[in-house]
Design a protein around this ligand. Structure first.
Ligand code: DX5
Ligand code: ZN
Length: 227
């Protein structure tokens, strides 16, 4: 099991946009290009209108990965599957607030598996719902598109949510809280996302369609410092 690296920001390429027929090469290439985390999007066709990968493929990815696997569960009932994903090689497990009737129990279950726990919010879910779970999680994943597909446009309102969440975390003495943002992140908007208070950027289509993974990852990483 691998920990979340301490560095800020971290770049987490979403494998959703990679060539799955060459998954071993893609994992190797994206790691060589500087990926800090490998973001894996798990979709079930119920919570989101798309189906992607299950534990079997997470296991296949893990066999080729040296960086931590950041597994984003977009599935209607995550609890029964947490252990299977952990055993498959998930290093960070994130569940959606919208899918967990007993979120505190889900977070406890992730911690029982000895993994950092993330909670994700859809674009229309206010950060205020996190007030009573923030102390218990290592990471919050704010969606900046409606989950389900890569290649969508960034929803600008996400910037205000990032800033509000960072303020809420600071007020609770949680300077260590990782805020990950996912959906429509490009080299054009990365600076605004980081400046608002995010410290992990997920990016799928922009990196994998760029033609130069390393250059694109570097541009995302340095976005805030170079404006
Ligand atoms: C969307 C996924 C994202 C997606 C991001 O439901 O959670 O991780 O792959 O892809 P881009 O960067 O193309 O929006
Ligand atoms: Zn994702």
């Amino acid at each position: 099991m691998k920990q979340i690296p301490e560095d800020r920001p971290l770049i987490a390429p979403s494998l959703l946009s990679c060539d799955f027929s060459r998954i071993a090469e893609e994992v190797q290439a994206i790691e060589a290009a500087g990926a800090d985390l490998l973001h894996v999007d798990v979709m079930d066709g119920h919570f989101v209108p798309n189906i992607t990968v299950g534990p079997l493929i997470v296991d296949a990815i893990a066999r080729h990965a040296t960086r931590p696997l950041d597994v984003h569960l977009m599935i209607a009932e995550p609890d029964p599957y947490l252990q299977a994903f952990a055993e498959a090689g998930a290093d960070i497990l994130t569940v959606h607030w919208e899918t967990c009737a007993h979120l505190h129990r889900s977070v406890q279950a992730i911690h029982h598996l000895d993994r950092p726990a993330g909670v994700s919010l859809n674009p229309a879910t206010p950060v205020a719902v996190l007030e009573d779970i923030l102390d218990d999680v290592e990471m919050v994943l704010l969606m900046s598109v409606n989950p389900g597909f890569g290649g969508q446009r960034f929803i600008p309102r996400a910037l205000e949510k990032i800033a509000a969440l960072r303020t809420m975390a600071q007020a609770r003495g949680r300077d260590d809280l990782r805020i990950e943002v996912d959906g429509g992140i490009t080299r054009e908007n990365a600076a605004a996302v980081l400046t608002a208070g995010a410290d992990i950027l997920v990016s799928g289509s922009a990196i994998f369609r760029s033609g130069d993974y390393a250059a694109y990852i570097t541009a995302l990483r340095n976005a805030a410092s170079h404006g």
